[in-house]
Design a protein around this ligand. Structure first.
Ligand code: ATP
Ligand code: MG
Length: 273
């Protein structure tokens, strides 16, 4: 409650257990409108659980969450009007063409001028050339871009991308990254989850790491990098990568240890010939 502006996303003290498994143990973060926020975490950290709560698919046990100023518990209908969600598996119809998929979605969402909206989105996501081909023939990257384009119909102010590039090759990943940047340039707020540290590094205005049920780091890339002293290789000073920061904080064991980092636990990169 330190800021006056309405955050696009505001999550405070979120808790969620599945039976005995305490997945979220007090998750706090805020996302400013029009920014890209990356939620990083290992498998099973609870990233998808956070997205499910924000998208009203799941109820939290404790804490509050709001989307576009609407509380998910008290105003679920307004929340559902405020976001769009694309999961790991593209929700596109293989038999239809890309353009037909977009038009179908526009009609489902009762948008007028479906054809024009479809064509605009196809152009915006560099899909015009493949627009009249069946989606079954699309590359993974084209499919994901179409999926993101479909989720934009109706202009939701917030979009949740749960692992948008899982399974894509580097080229496909780059294409999706460009599309995500495009979103933010148009003022859409993006919450993305990823296991690719490079993706967060490349795309996000702010990055948070979810570990053992809590956000243990939250900041800009520059702020995260300051958590570690720069590693050195002989005479050359080298900045730690986000991966260094991530591994130093999270560790690669499953111990319930204190996640706080000490310089002694930070990886050092003195390379010997
Ligand atoms: N409906 C459920 N019932 C029981 N356990 C669940 C349920 N959904 C998720 N879990 C467990 O909760 C934990 C968090 O799952 P979640 O899907 O949120 O993780 P994640 O960070 O998205 O992981 P990944 O990177 O693998 O997608 C996991 O251990 C998972 O097995
Ligand atoms: Mg997940």
């Amino acid at each position: 409650m330190t800021t006056q502006t309405v955050q696009a996303l505001d999550v405070q003290g979120l808790e969620k257990s599945y039976d005995e498994l305490r997945v979220l143990r007090g998750v706090d973060f805020e996302v400013a409108p029009g920014s890209i926020f990356a939620l990083l975490g290992s498998n099973g950290a609870g990233k998808t659980t956070v997205i499910k709560i924000l998208s009203t698919l799941l109820k939290a046990d404790a804490g509050t969450a709001s989307v576009n100023g609407f509380n998910v518990a008290t105003h679920p209908a307004e929340v559902r009007e405020s976001f769009s969600l694309t999961g790991q598996f593209a929700a596109v119809d293989e038999i239809l063409t890309g353009r037909e998929n977009l038009i179908l979605m526009a009609r489902l969402r009762r948008v007028t001028d479906a054809g024009q909206i479809a064509d605009d989105l196809l152009a915006r996501f560099q899909l015009t050339d493949v627009a009249r081909r069946r989606v079954a023939t699309y590359s993974g990257g084209e499919r994901r871009r179409l999926d993101i384009a479909m989720s934009l119909i109706g202009n939701p102010p917030v979009i949740f991308l749960d692992e948008p590039t899982t399974g894509l090759d580097p080229q496909g990943r780059l294409e999706v990254w460009n599309s995500v940047k495009e979103l933010a340039e148009h003022g859409t707020t993006v919450l993305l989850t990823t296991q690719y540290l490079e993706e967060a590094e490349h795309l996000a205005d702010r990055i948070a790491i979810l570990h053992q049920g809590r956000i243990i780091v939250d900041g800009t890339l520059a702020e995260l990098k300051q958590l570690l002293p720069p590693a050195t290789v002989e005479y050359v000073e080298k900045q730690p990568t986000l991966e260094d920061v991530f591994l130093a904080i999270v560790g690669d064991d499953a111990n319930d240890g204190d996640p706080a980092m000490t310089p002694a636990s930070a990886p050092t990169r003195k390379e010997q010939p």
